[in-house]
Design a protein around this ligand. Structure first.
Ligand SMILES: Nc1nc2c(ncn2[C@@H]2O[C@H](COP(=O)(O)OP(=O)(O)OP(=O)(O)O)[C@@H](O)[C@H]2O)c(=O)[nH]1
Ligand SMILES: [Mg+2]
Length: 335
């Protein structure tokens, strides 16, 4: 993940980044993650800046997080996974989305309790004494396990319901178009243009979490639906992968996939690859995918040839040609 993308993520979760330091990590210290020298440097910086939180752009193990808090004078320490979990928790709107995110949060928390547990075990020196901290942890772990089981059951019931809704929709003669793309590419802005809806759009990462399906606004009243989906990102935390994949059911069913790319983003080629790889890992058929270059009102940083589809979802440029392409695909489609 690039430093810019990391800052964008932190700011999307509501943080105000006041100081960014890129550390040259040659080795990972097994106890504190950072070497003694780097810890001293970070201690110095943080005593000057006094941040509310220090966020690491890499995944931290529970023991690292714990030891870092101790070493850095109790300043809360967070990592990239927690930031993404936090954003997902803020954005989830649907019941199923909320259950999925809570489950991911609980699973993450469970790994943190395990870290504490190991630490306590080591403290007691193998003499078999049960300290109060250990008892508390056992209670916490039991409660957590109970909650995880309940959430998993709820999720299964919600998924069964969703599958039956999808089955019903599949049996209708409706042509389904799915918008996919890296987070912040402009999918929801395009979705609103194509459907006349008012889905939430923002210059933030993961503005959309819950998929939305609406009718394509067209004068011939053709039975075409468009779905807006969660944005892609490289290195998503493992605990969120399930939640993320589940929201992409609409894409698996789509007759036409529009891959929206932010052509003004210098990293767009890299991001395009992440999207393609993720779709492939989900066994999604890419034969019916078209690439749409968006934000051409801003200086494009990528090479765009004459036969590529170029639009500005914000300003409306190229939208009528895109609409014609969608209706042509519908007319050529033979089930
Ligand atoms: N300049 C310009 N900005 C655009 C265009 N399309 C979208 N944007 C802006 O890009 C930002 C992201 O747009 P969204 O539509 O929320 O992007 P998204 O792909 O749905 O993002 P996620 O839901 O986070 O995955 C917003 O600030 C939009 O106003 C465009 O054609 N030109
Ligand atoms: Mg969106």
């Amino acid at each position: 993940m690039s430093p810019d993308e990391f800052i964008q993520l932190c700011e999307s979760s509501g943080a105000n980044c006041v100081f960014i330091c890129q550390l040259n990590l040659r080795n990972i210290n097994p106890r504190t993650y950072l070497s003694k020298g780097l810890l001293e440097y970070l201690n110095q910086v943080s005593s000057q800046i006094r941040p509310d939180i220090i966020i690491f752009s890499h995944e931290l193990q529970a023991k690292h997080q714990k030891n870092l808090v101790e070493t850095l004078k109790q300043i809360p320490i967070s990592d990239i996974n927690e930031v993404i979990l936090d954003i997902f928790a803020k954005r989830a709107q649907s019941h199923i989305g909320k259950v999925q995110v809570e489950l991911a949060q609980m699973q993450h928390l469970a790994t943190r309790l395990v870290g504490g547990w190991t630490h306590l075990e080591r403290q007691k020196g193998g003499i078999g004494l049960r300290g109060p901290g250990e008892k508390q942890l056992e209670t916490d772990r039991r409660l957590l396990k109970k909650r995880i089981t309940k959430l998993e059951q709820d999720l299964e019931a919600l998924k069964t319901h969703r599958r039956s809704t999808q089955k019903k929709r599949r049996s209708l003669p409706i042509f389904q178009v799915a918008l996919v793309g890296y987070t912040n590419a402009g999918k929801s802005t395009l979705f609103n243009q194509l459907t006349g809806q008012d889905a939430f759009t923002a210059d933030q990462l993961f503005a959309t979490l819950d998929p939305m399906v609406r009718k394509f606004k067209n004068s011939e009243n053709l039975p075409i639906c468009i779905s807006d989906t969660v944005g892609f990102m490289s290195n998503l935390p493992q605990v969120l992968m399930n939640a993320f994949h589940a929201t992409l059911d609409e894409v698996c069913d789509a007759h036409l996939i529009l891959h929206v790319i932010d052509a003004s983003d210098p990293q767009c080629k890299k991001k395009e690859k992440v999207v393609i790889q993720t779709l492939k890992s989900l066994d999604i058929n890419l034969d019916n995918m078209l690439t749409v270059y968006n934000k051409i009102d801003v200086e494009p940083t990528t090479f765009i040839s004459e036969d590529t589809i170029c639009i500005s979802a914000k300003e409306g440029t190229g939208l009528s040609s895109l609409k014609t392409i969608i209706t042509d695909c519908f007319k050529q489609y033979t089930p």
